[in-house]
Design a protein around this ligand. Structure first.
Ligand code: A3P
Length: 283
């Protein structure tokens, strides 16, 4: 793999962009969590911004949606410490890199999963459009990198598995991107009841409207991206995020052979995963 070392560096076996400094990553374990911290966890391109926007509406202005815990240099931890309200902290970290104190304090986490074929396609476009990621040669070279976990944030398979294995150590709600697309109302209801937020049907409908793909895309194009903290550690530029927002885009990219190879890898790596059994690949 060409890491284009000026853009990526490896920490604990995982490629990170230079937006996550090695010093910060080394310091993470000293971070002090608070019992009411809420983590928004995802592998990149799984719908992190969507989930974060739903959170903002559910809590209105009573909480601080911070930048990802792994974003920036070591001063990030100080900045998070200085937040006085309840913190909603996004992260793409694998479970093994998460500061232990989140587990010790039994914090809640919401993990959004997206089927890995669409995730791979979405990340492929992100590699092409995001100047903060290395250049990739072609879809087929990139797909091999994805399957081997040689892309930013490492292996999709390992990420899901790491969080699934530890699902009972923190209160973790797992949400599927595809189920959210199919029934956003139900998704918002599940999230609100997980968080103990009272909300009526009209308010849920309103949140679904405001967080639809089209609404969020328009907002990202018109708002000043620098005004709010980034939700994803890979770039602060929200305009790169809202591409298609569909399920099943992978069918336009995978050849039959690539699909077979992907399925083989998937079966081998995810055989023991119960989360993986419920993934949906179709519209
Ligand atoms: P595509 O590239 O397939 O369009 P993340 O926020 O984790 O970076 O994920 C980005 C992916 O989620 C992109 O997928 C983006 O279009 C999609 N997405 C963002 N907001 C969405 C929304 N409100 N509804 C559905 N998909 C959304």
């Amino acid at each position: 793999m060409s890491l284009q070392t000026e853009l990526l560096h490896i920490f604990s076996g995982i490629p990170f962009t230079t937006r996550s400094s090695a010093e910060l990553l080394r310091s993470l374990d000293g971070f002090q969590a608070r019992e009411d911290d809420l983590l928004l966890v995802s592998y990149p391109k799984s719908g992190t911004h969507w989930l974060a926007e739903i959170m903002k509406h559910l809590y209105s202005s009573k909480v601080a949606l911070t930048s990802p815990i792994e974003f920036g240099d070591v001063s990030q931890l100080e900045e998070l410490n200085s937040v006085t309200s309840k913190r909603i902290i996004p992260t793409h970290l694998s479970y093994h890199m998460l500061p232990r104190d989140f587990t010790a304090k039994k914090c809640k986490a919401i993990y959004i999963i997206r089927n890995p074929k669409d995730t791979a396609v979405s990340l492929y476009h992100y590699y092409r459009d995001n100047p903060e990621l290395p250049t990739i040669e072609s879809w087929s070279t990139y797909l091999e990198m994805f399957l081997h976990g040689e892309v930013v944030c490492g292996s999709w398979f390992d990420h899901i598995w790491s969080w699934e294995q530890h699902r009972n150590e923190m209160g973790t709600l797992f949400l599927y991107y595809e189920a959210m697309k199919k029934d956003p109302f139900q998704a918002v209801r599940r999230i609100s009841s997980f968080l103990g937020i009272n909300i009526n049907d009209n308010e849920i409908h309103e949140i679904c409207k405001k967080t639809s793909f089209s609404e969020m895309k328009i907002c990202a194009e018109t708002e000043n991206s620098d005004a709010s903290p980034p939700v994803c550690a890979l770039t602060p530029n929200k305009r790169l995020v809202f591409r298609k927002g569909t399920v099943g885009d992978w069918k336009d990219y995978f050849t039959n052979k690539q699909n077979r190879l992907f399925e083989e890898t998937y079966r081998a790596k995810m055989a023991a995963s119960s989360l993986a059994k419920h993934l949906c690949y179709e519209n």
